[in-house]
Design a protein around this ligand. Sequence first.
Ligand code: HGY
Ligand code: MN
Ligand code: MN
Length: 416
Amino acid sequence: MSAAGENLRIDGDRLWESLMEMARIGPGVAGGNNRQTLTDADKQGRELFARWCEEAGLTMGVDKMGTMFMTRPGTDPEALPVYIGSHLDTQPTGGKFDGVLGVLSGLEVVRTLNDLDIRTRHPIVVTNWTNEEGARFAPAMLASGVFAGAIPLEHAYGRTDLEGKSFGDELERIGWKGAEEVGARKMHAYFEYHIEQGPILEAENVEIGVVTHCQGLWWLEFTLTGKEAHTGSTPMNMRVNAGLAMARIMEMVQEVAMAAQPGAVGGVGQVQFAPNSRNVLPGTVVFTVDIRSPDQAKLDGMRAAIEARAAQICAALGVGCAIEPVGHFDPVTFDPTLVERVRAAAEKLGHSHMNLISGAGHDACWAAKVAPATMIMCPCVDGLSHNEAEDISKEWASAGADVLFHAVVETAGIVD
Ligand code: HGY
Ligand code: MN
Ligand code: MN
């Protein structure tokens, strides 16, 4: 078997055109995307991706979580496939590249192999994981978590969105509940190419992130119970104010994360007040605290501190406090052999590169539990993501896809 010549490149124009065409499905209101998981827009995006894959000669498999596996055969029927994956679902105010770049770059790797009539020993499988974002149904990386055996299938099916719709029902509704057992597939290796979603690569003027680790996370769902009462006529000393408790807890989360610097983050992205009426003190406040660190002790220490101090805050206000972990994975170390292969590919292609710890979570974090896995990252403008203004250059997109191509081909083995 031979190595791919350093002159081999993917077709950057074709990749960019595919990204822009996918971006027209589930448009946002400010130039980004709202293609949330299991919505009609997600269904349309899946259909477009499936059509492109069929045109590229791939065969489709779908598992019971709706994850799409698109296979290009290898020459050795006994060889386990090399997987290239990410996600097509977006945040409600998401960008055009988060997740999509990785899935469509995987397709571009296949398209390029087809153009060059290159056969590989190992099959190659391009993967679209269901519900990576966790925006509509918590937690994030839900399908890959079930695939890795960390989340029971029935628990995933039972997750509900803010309208009370369940994951299982919505998956059925859009017609993408497959037959494959989740996790039955075995991987030779897994690669994920993703925008950095942080400021480091752009600030350092570096094209390629060689991702060695990913920080771990906890999503802690707080349910605070106060007493519904009139905001005008209820004296201050008679209030059981769950809203005030939430505010104090959010301030405390900020303090805990700042005290754990460097290498720690904490915050809240979603809050629900009930009855959510301007002149009724909330009876119930539900919100999710998102804390992360690449350091296991820091991550667990932040969780313990937050839970202990939240209990004190609520006791002082007479507010009930229930905390449920709804998402978690420990810090991840990616496979050193694959990490080195990514670094070697960047070197071979003459791209600047640096080691990176991923701040955001990815399906690769769960894939790493069941197979050798690693990631490649490209810069994004101002490090901005989970914002419709998310942006990358075509050159950045192509450079990372070229590194992906060479690392994957090196792993799958070219057959002369
Ligand atoms: O939450 C995350 O890190 C990912 O964007 N779902
Ligand atoms: Mn993503
Ligand atoms: Mn995301």
